[in-house]
Every structure is written in structure tokens, then in C-alpha cells.
Design a protein around this ligand. Structure first.
Ligand code: PMP
Length: 301
């Protein structure tokens, strides 16, 4: 944002964007050794901040990274950084890396983790995608098995997703569907996936190897509250092709209808009735929930 002064939080300090730099010896840079979260601000409220921080601290625990702030201090740092940037609608990138070390892998050589909070304006998919639906394709690269590198951890190691994104670029698509090593559909490069079949919502269970998306969880709760049945089940591309409706969920993308996959038209080829109903419910809910950045008021809808 050239005409706006961006303030970036680095290890307890708010610095201008131009001065926001980290060491070339940081193991986040050298090895992807770290974790992150992407969080939204809607109307001056940080959406599902507690849930995102819970996931951040769970990822940290899983990789034995000790975050040098309590969750309460981290919440305050996020709120302060959003306020310092003067944006009421924004995307927050919260990163904790292992910190500067030496050229060896050993995390014991990294004495102090690096904590970074960036607040930027959000760029969603083009409006056309929300109105007419997204075209997806399945890709060759597989999501790692949970016993290799568990996708439940939101780590800085996103090369697997980037390889899938490269396949998307090669086909002129913006998003793709990934399978696991057994051929189950798991998720997109940065979104979870849902099918609608006979009025029921189906989404892959976490054990199959997905990030347990915060948006996924919100949509499941909203759907059940609206009277839809939601089931976590494994499914294949056959089920995707033959679903009545398909949509993706993610913090940046929110809910995105899918119109085609691998050249197969999904349902009517237009965003389906249940997808549109849930998109509307999500929109309303997102405006009503969150930690205010303008006061101490915390609203949990
Ligand atoms: N899967 C992957 C691989 C992701 O990176 C993300 C986050 N962008 C999601 C799913 C969606 O998770 P959330 O709803 O928490 O953003």
C-alpha cells in the first residue's frame, strides 16, 4: 500500500514497512522452521482470534517451539498492530519462526524465536468467482501423510502447497484440489473443501490429512444451526464430480462456490442453493463476531 504507512510488529516493536526485516540466519527463512496464522478483521473486529491463537499455540507445541508471549500478550499485540495500521477490514499474517541460528539445522542453536505481525488490505478472488463459481482441477502432487508432515500444523513449510499452486498456474487456474497418498480428496492449496449431496454437507475428516480450518469449523456450526446435516467423511474425485454442489472455505477466500472440476460440471454449473444460503449466513455472522480493536469490548456471537 504505497500511500499508507504500514506498521509491522517485530519482536515487540512496531516498525515501518521499509524497516521490517529479519536476519538471513533466521531458520524460518533458511529451513521453513516456524508456524503462522492468517486472520481476518471485519468492521474493526478480529474474527475468531481465540481460535486462531489456539491453533497457533497448538502448531507451536507440535514442533516444540516455545512462543515468547502468553496467548493474552499475543492477543494484545495483534489488536495493537491492527489499530496502528488504521484498517477496519484487513488480513493479518502472524508468523513465529524458530529465530536466528547458524547454518546447521539444529533448532537448539536458535536462541530467540522471531514474532511478526503484518496487517494488510485483503485481496480476495475476483468477484466473478463468487457469482459464477470457481474452476478447479486435481493435481499430481499429493498432500503429505499425517505421519510424514502433518497438514494439521500450519507451518512455514508450504512448498507442498506451492507445488500444487504451480500446477494451478500452468493450467491457468487460481485454485486446485489436492489428494492424499491414498487418493482421498483432502483440501485445496489454501482452503478446505465441502460437497453438498442430497441436502447433506460432506467434508473430509481431519485425520485424513488437512488443516482444520477455522472457516471450515464456522461453516459446519452455521450449517448445523440452519438445519443441514454435516458429516466428516472421506471421498474421492468421483464424489466431487457427482456432487450437487461443491464449495471451498478459507480465511482469505471465505466461502467460494465451485462450478467445474477436471472439466466436469458440478451440479447445475452455477453456485447452488445451499452454498448461497451458507455464504449469506457466513457474511452476516462474520460481521457480528470478534475481538474489537477499538476498545476492550469482546463479542463472542
Ligand atoms: N487448508 C490450508 C492448506 C490452508 O492453508 C488454509 C488457510 N488458508 C485452510 C485450509 C483454511 O483454513 P482457515 O479457514 O483457518 O483459513
Amino acid at each position: 500500500m504505497a500511500d499508507r504507512v504500514t506498521k509491522v510488529y517485530i519482536n515487540g516493536r512496531l516498525v515501518d514497512r521499509a524497516e521490517a526485516t529479519v536476519s538471513v540466519f533466521d531458520h524460518g527463512f533458511l529451513y521453513g522452521d516456524g508456524i503462522f496464522e492468517g486472520i481476518r478483521v471485519y468492521g474493526g473486529r478480529v474474527f475468531k482470534l481465540k481460535e486462531h491463537l489456539d491453533r497457533l499455540y497448538q502448531s507451536a507445541k507440535a514442533i516444540l517451539l516455545s512462543i515468547p508471549l502468553t496467548p493474552t500478550a499475543m492477543e494484545q499485540a495483534v489488536v495493537d498492530t491492527v489499530r496502528a495500521n488504521g484498517l477496519d477490514n484487513a488480513y493479518i499474517r502472524l508468523v513465529v519462526s524458530r529465530g536466528p541460528g547458524d547454518l546447521g539445522l539444529d533448532p537448539l542453536r536458535c536462541s530467540q524465536p522471531t514474532v511478526i505481525i503484518i496487517v494488510e488490505e485483503i485481496s480476495l478472488y475476483p468477484q466473478d468467482v463468487y457469482l459464477n463459481g470457481l474452476e478447479l482441477a486435481s493435481v499430481v502432487v499429493r498432500r503429505p501423510a499425517p505421519d510424514a508432515l502433518n497438514p494439521a500444523m500450519k507451518t512455514l513449510n508450504y512448498l507442498n502447497n506451492i507445488l500444487a499452486k504451480i500446477e494451478a498456474n500452468q493450467r491457468g487456474l487460481v485454485e486446485v484440489l489436492m489428494l492424499n497418498h491414498e487418493g482421498w480428496v483432502v483440501e485445496a492449496t489454501a482452503d478446505n473443501v465441502f460437497l453438498v449431496k442430497a441436502g447433506e454437507l460432506l467434508t473430509p475428516p481431519t485425520y485424513v490429512g488437512i488443516l482444520n480450518g477455522i472457516t471450515r469449523q464456522v461453516v459446519m456450526v452455521l450449517a448445523e444451526a440452519a438445519g443441514y446435516r454435516v458429516r466428516e467423511v472421506n471421498f474421492t474425485l468421483f464424489d466431487v464430480y457427482n456432487a450437487d454442489e461443491v464449495f471451498l472455505t478459507g480465511t482469505a477466500a471465505e466461502m467460494v462456490p465451485v462450478a467445474r472440476c477436471d472439466g466436469r460440471v458440478i451440479g447445475s454449473g452455477r453456485p447452488g442453493r445451499i452454498t448461497k444460503d451458507l455464504m449469506e449466513r457466513f457474511r452476516v455472522y462474520a460481521k457480528s463476531e470478534g475481538v474489537s480493536v477499538h476498545g476492550s469490548e469482546t463479542i463472542q456471537a
